[in-house]
Design a protein around this ligand. Structure first.
Ligand code: ZN
Length: 109
């Protein structure tokens, strides 16, 4: 389950930024195309946060839509999966959004 290592990385990063402060809220951005399950991350986050300054912090997950740019006609194509097709029929797409996984911000006590 790679969500566990992801959650662990998030907790470590937050703890490092927080120093001695307590983290009360973390806002996380997860792209729809990142193949990361928000619910799994949420669960693992709570487990990983135990006994750290992140323990008890609220995890807010913002899911971002997948978006690609067609290399043939330059149109933006909404993507529900990594493989998609433009309305012009081209499958020559470049993903420009939806693969991200990042900490947007966090709130310290
Ligand atoms: Zn196109």
């Amino acid at each position: 389950m790679h969500e566990l290592s992801i959650a662990n990385g998030i907790v470590e990063m937050c703890a490092e930024c927080a120093g001695d402060a307590r983290v009360i809220r973390v806002r996380l951005e997860i792209g729809r195309l990142s193949a990361v399950l928000p619910d799994a991350v949420r669960f693992c986050f709570d487990v990983c946060a135990r006994n750290t300054v992140v323990e008890g912090a609220e995890l807010e997950i913002v899911e971002t839509q997948g978006l690609a740019l067609c290399r043939d006609c330059n149109h933006e194509v909404p993507m529900a999966a990594l493989v998609g097709r433009c309305t012009c029929g081209s499958a020559n797409l470049r993903v420009i959004a939806g693969e991200e996984l990042r900490i947007k911000d966090m709130e310290l006590a």
